[in-house]
Structures are given as C-alpha cells and as structure tokens.
Write a protein that binds this ligand. Structure first.
Ligand SMILES: [Zn+2]
Length: 61
C-alpha cells in the first residue's frame, strides 16, 4: 500500500499515512489542525517504488 504524506498548516508537522487512497487533508496528530496532502517533489526513477531511499527495509550487513 502506498504511503501518503501530509503537512500540517499550523505547526508544520509531517504526517505519513499508509492508505490505499489519499485523502485531501486530515487532522494533525500534534495540534489537531488541518494537515494537507503534500506530493513528493523528488521524481523517482521508478514509479512503483515511491519509498525508495528514505526507509531502508533492513537486511544489509
Ligand atoms: Zn499541527
């Protein structure tokens, strides 16, 4: 399932949600204000690997 990212308009908190479908906005877990969806600015090399880079899934070493 894809991960969607939201940023709070009030405190700037970044919220990551694993959802089958994105919503337009959600409540910030920190301050309760509205967090809007942000679209990742880095254009991935592969469209079906949106999480590439940031979240190592372990297994190295
Ligand atoms: Zn907030």
């Amino acid at each position: 399932m894809p991960i969607f990212e939201y940023r709070c308009l009030e405190c700037g908190e970044i919220v990551e949600k694993i959802q089958s479908l994105p919503v337009k906005n959600l409540a910030c877990p920190r301050c309760g204000k509205s967090a809007e969806r942000v679209v990742s600015i880095f254009s991935g090399t592969s469209a079906d690997n949106p999480a590439g880079g940031c979240a190592p899934s372990g297994g190295f070493s």
